[in-house]
Structures are given as structure tokens and as C-alpha cells.
Design a protein around this ligand. Sequence first.
Ligand SMILES: [Zn+2]
Length: 355
Amino acid sequence: MRWSWKIGNLAGIAVYIHVTFLLLVVWFAYRQYQVDSSPAAVIGSLVFLGIVFFIVVLHELGHALTARRYGIATSRIVLLPIGGVAQLEKMPENPVQEFWVAIAGPAVNIVLALLFLLPLFLFSGFDGLTTEALLNGDFLPSMIFLNILLAVFNLLPAFPMDGGRVLRALLAMKIDYLKATEIASAIGRAMALLFAAYGLFVDNNFLLVLIALFVWIEARREANAVRMRQHLKTATVADVMEENFYVVAPNQTINSVLSYQGTLSREVLPVMDDQKIVGMIATRSLLQLQAQGRDDIIVESIMQREFNVVAVDEKLNDVFSKFKGINTPLLPVVRDDQLIGVITPAGINRFLASL
Ligand SMILES: [Zn+2]
């Protein structure tokens, strides 16, 4: 993530702070200044903010270390104004694993709340945990309240926040993964609207509005990514095949190939001899030869004899590498050795965009 600085390492994971986090510090200090303008109060509130974010880092570490148990590394933890993000290499697609990774963060907050509760309870019994103590800003009650708040807020089913991931994981144990994601994403976006409405009209809280925006965008993006991955798993060459194509014969001259307008609409043309593909020829090189006045050469003498073909029922996922190997922007599609179409990166992109 750009615009972020590394502030340290925890359990071998780099912790970064994003520049927008400084905006939060300024906003927080300003808000405190309006309430109480003494330097002590402003500094006190900034120290409190520092502690909040240390707790957020511990929360993210909960996710990261649980993911590590499943063999998933975390590239880094980034602190944003809307909270922390543990950038896992990937999200576990196994619902049981996703459940534990997602719930580990809020679980850290519950444990912290209990840890802060213990000394409070030892010193003053239940009397220490009063609304007055909280309003006074007493340290232990504030920490207990903060951790409970973080646990509860993160467990709201606002996918892709933790609670939403827990929901998706629970659904995915019962129903199809894509369907589970779509339901969680729809609930997530509904929650985002609630957050935004609350932040705008009730609490005047721009952070909540930012979180709403993040949830809305990410819920959509993740659902789309899952949909695309699922479709890619089942899509075949037939889904992206283009049936309009031009072929040329080996004994055709370059001049006669170029006299057809349509041939130039393709970067590469299959060369057919007796119902068989015998080579491929790039229209660019035809034009170059024509410009050099050598357009009476026949196709056979300059065609590329090494090329890949794909079968119409091949999995789309398996054909991507065939484009790389031979450096061609077009692959012939065959069924029972018969050329029936072509596939191009542009056609594949159109298919992916339509998902
Ligand atoms: Zn979390």
C-alpha cells in the first residue's frame, strides 16, 4: 500500500501506518481541543488514541497468527483511520479456516477486556465498573469498554468485516460458497447504508461514513472476485471462442492474402492445408513484406510452424499459459482435429468483464 510507513515488526510481520492515519490524529486532537483546550487534555487524548491503535494491532495479529497456523502468510499489517488491515496472502476458502481466522481478531479483544477486568475486580470488586468511572475516563474501565466495543463492532455482519466473514463461513458450511458470499455481501452493503445514515444524520461521525464506504466497495469487490473465480473454474474454451475467423492457404501470395479487407482485422491468421492447420502467420509481417515490395512471396515460406492449439472443451484456466509460451495473440480452437474457432486475450477479457 502506497503512502504508508513501517513502524515496526511484530511476530515477524511488518506493521505499517498509513498517511491518512495522521488525518485522524489531527481530527481527534481538534475534537478534543474543542471540548477541553488544555495541552494536557489534548496530549492525553492522543496517548489514548495510541493505545487504541496498539490494541487494533493486537486484534490484527490475532487474524494473522491464526492464518499462519493454516499456512497462510501475512505480508503486513496496515493501520488506517478506519482500523487495521492484516494483508493476508489470500483468504482461506475453507469455511472452517475462514471462521477461525475471522473470529480470532474479536477474540483478542474479549481476552484483553477480561485481562483489564481482572485487576479492576481485584482492587474494587464490581464497584469499579460504573458509568461514572467510564465518563471520568478512568483507565481500566475505558480499556474494558473499548475492547468490548471493538469486539462487538467488528462482529457486526458487515462483510468483509470480521462478523461478515464469520457469517459467510457459517453459510458456506451449509450452502454453495458463491451463494454464501453473495448473501453476506448483500447484508454487508445493507449494513454499510445503516452505518452511513447513522454517521451522517445521528452521530455526525465521519469515520463511520468512511467505514461504510469501505464496506460497500469491498463487499462488492469481494463478491465479484469470488464470482469470477467460480466461473473461471468451470468456464471452458467454448465460452470465449470466436467463430468468425479468417484462414489462409500455404500457397497463397502475401498480396492475395492482403487483398481481403477482413484479414487485417486479425493480428494472426491460421494457415490451413487440406483441413489441417499447418502454421500461423502474423498480419504485421505480411504488411512489412508488402511495404518492402516482396508481396509475391507465398505464405508457406514465412509462416510460423510452431504453434499451440486448444481443444474446445479445455478448461479456460488451463489455456492461459498457452498464450505465453508461443507469444501469439490468437490460438486456434479444434474439435476432432477440425478448426472451429479462435480465442484471443481480448475475447477472454470481454468474457471476464461480462461475469
Ligand atoms: Zn478483525
